[in-house]
Design a protein around this ligand. Sequence first.
Ligand SMILES: Cc1cc2nc3c(=O)[nH]c(=O)nc-3n(C[C@H](O)[C@H](O)[C@H](O)COP(=O)(O)OP(=O)(O)OC[C@H]3O[C@@H](n4cnc5c(N)ncnc54)[C@H](O)[C@@H]3O)c2cc1C
Length: 475
Amino acid sequence: MKDIIIIGSGIVGSSIARELSRYSVSVTVLEKGNDVSVGTTKANSGIVHGGFDAKSGSNKAKFNIAGNAMFDKLSEELQFPFIRNGSLVLCFDENQAEALESLYEKGIGNGVEGLEIISGEKVRELEPNISEKVHSALFAKTGGIVSPYEMNIAYAENAYNNGVEFQFLKEVIEIEKNEEIFSVKCSDGSVLQSKIVINCAGVFSDEINNLVCEEKLHIIPRKGDYILLDKVHGDLCTHTLFQLPTKMGKGVLVTPTTHGNILLGPTAVDVDSKISLSTKRNELDSIYESAQNTVPSISKRMIITAFSGIRAHSIGDDFVVGESKVKAFYNLAGIESPGLTSAPALAVHIANEISTKYELNKNEKFVATREAIPHFAVMDNAKRLECIAKNPLYGNIVCRCEMITEGEIVDSIKRPLGAKDLDGIKRRTRAGMGRCQAGFCTSRVMEILSRELEISMLEVTKSGVNSEMLLGRTK
Ligand SMILES: Cc1cc2nc3c(=O)[nH]c(=O)nc-3n(C[C@H](O)[C@H](O)[C@H](O)COP(=O)(O)OP(=O)(O)OC[C@H]3O[C@@H](n4cnc5c(N)ncnc54)[C@H](O)[C@@H]3O)c2cc1C
């Protein structure tokens, strides 16, 4: 029997797993996918929000502010890409100035440091490509950008290295509590037992809660579509450019990513499906038009791909955090934006609560740091030669757009919680994320996966079960 079962290995489950690994306690993460970061965490804006637009006094505001402050140290310890690039909320005419002022006041009330309203001229000094129509902006110096899936993977690897067990392809379908013990049943028939259960199931967190608790939760899936621009246009802006938020969310943004692309989006549409990630033409058109209001020189020729993510919007419009009425059953439900920003603080909060309540001892062997895969594309030539001398596979470029080497791809497969499919490699190395969107490197990456995992080419998948790339031999 385990002390703690965590359901879900998105950013919330993985960060809690890492914080709990600071204590002498046995933790298992059950994940229905075949990898970490396969849910909402893999597709979002990747913004580390300043915290000015969350409702005052809400969990969103509290954990956003606390989480934001943790990113500098965490990104160093866990070596994931993070840049504190600052954000601007743009006001396009005098009529919006009052709304901008209230956002500023709300931010000050929430405790956001370094907030400032600046003039249109000052905005254009900071961002020369921005619309002439911009009248003024709310400047949040503490805003940042992060690679969400790399942050998730880094947290999970560090948790694993500190003793947390991860079990994949384990979809939790039933939970029973007898006396003080939970029996957690998975769709493959296996049953695991634990004293504590932590529900981090993202858009499915209501369904997990409803298996156990009389007080039911209801999550509304709220889809957001995105457009990604080629890196060669990465100098369109350096700050994250928001428009004024709406009641559905933070509105359409134009932002650089940590890897130098420009991201446009998201939309916010309530949908029926929690799994369908198809993008819609009309939504993409609306993003494009809205983004052009911010940066008029954006053109359709710059686009390399579109994708979408699904927010876990709770009816109460706030994060549901903490122990439920069922003793030792913890919920982290309705963790929509700013959930990525808040995850580090949510994790520390839950780990503190559990360690205090159950008087857990410190794990004396806990190591806070984790080493990332060396990234050949950003090394200087001396470092590249050193890397190739250590491992000649770093001399073979596989993904030409992103300059990803065979060495990085093999490392991504061989690491703890290593990649098992094309998407896993993509999230760990960026192979396939460039202009050609894997047009050229897919077959090479498949060969490497087949060789390293000792599986046939017919068994190589894009993203786990039922996503085989090849149907059979033609010759
Ligand atoms: C469009 C969009 C934009 C966003 N932008 C931002 C942003 O810029 N900044 C920010 O801070 N936040 C942002 N967010 C919010 C952020 O992405 C989420 O808050 C965060 O990723 C949620 O993480 P999670 O771990 O709760 O969920 P997930 O990443 O979805 O992880 C949940 C995991 O649970 C697993 N699971 C589900 N059911 C079961 C089961 N029955 N058994 C086992 N496993 C199960 C899933 O497979 C999944 O891996 C955005 C979200 C969206 C959709």
